[in-house]
Write a protein that binds this ligand. Sequence first.
Ligand SMILES: CC(C)(COP(=O)(O)OP(=O)(O)OC[C@H]1O[C@@H](n2cnc3c(N)ncnc32)[C@H](O)[C@@H]1OP(=O)(O)O)[C@@H](O)C(=O)NCCC(=O)NCCS
Length: 189
Amino acid sequence: MTESDFWGGTFRKLWPTETEKFRDHLLRLDKETRRLRFGMPVNDQFISDYAARVGDWDSIIHAFVVNGEVRAAAELRRIGDHWSGEAEAAFSVETDYQNKGIGSELLGRVVRSARNRGIDRLYMNCLLENRKMQRVAKKFEASLQFEHGDVIGRVQPGVPTYLSIWSEAIEDGSNFMMAVLDLPKRRAA
Ligand SMILES: CC(C)(COP(=O)(O)OP(=O)(O)OC[C@H]1O[C@@H](n2cnc3c(N)ncnc32)[C@H](O)[C@@H]1OP(=O)(O)O)[C@@H](O)C(=O)NCCC(=O)NCCS
């Protein structure tokens, strides 16, 4: 299967100049998906402010892109000044795209990115009732801790290998081409 065969879209990292695509995706999330993503109800202004802060070197956004639009995203954010030690991840899949394996694929990519950056503890915060996210985390052998009504999933990404670094680098190269191909669509829009 090539990447573009996957539910008619492509998995790739977003460039720092593409934060508006990430914002538009978050703005499309319905009320319940927003609440599960952010752990509380949030309005459009909150999302716009949140997305405006992303795009620096503190985070990496893995996205599922269909016809130039981000339909699902996973944010890997470092904790602390450097990429090492600990990081956190958060996921959002638009309703029509849920339950198709996209969240699991994104988590796999996040775990590999974390591993290649020397992260040995990857945290995912989710609400207690969010069984689906817990199910996805469990696929990656996350240990789940229950704290103050939330669940904290902890994954140990493992040590980088030549293969994990090489596969991410190869994908980044082809992702660059996909982003360039998206550019005329963005200009037209
Ligand atoms: C949680 C989320 C990221 C998962 O993404 P997704 O693409 O829907 O997930 P996948 O299709 O890869 O996997 C879902 C798994 O949960 C299972 N599942 C679905 N509904 C479930 C439920 N109510 N309880 C338990 N498991 C459930 C599915 O069967 C599937 O498991 P399987 O692959 O073993 O069959 C996505 O649904 C989402 O964006 N939810 C709202 C925001 C959110 O909760 N974010 C996480 C907080 S950071």
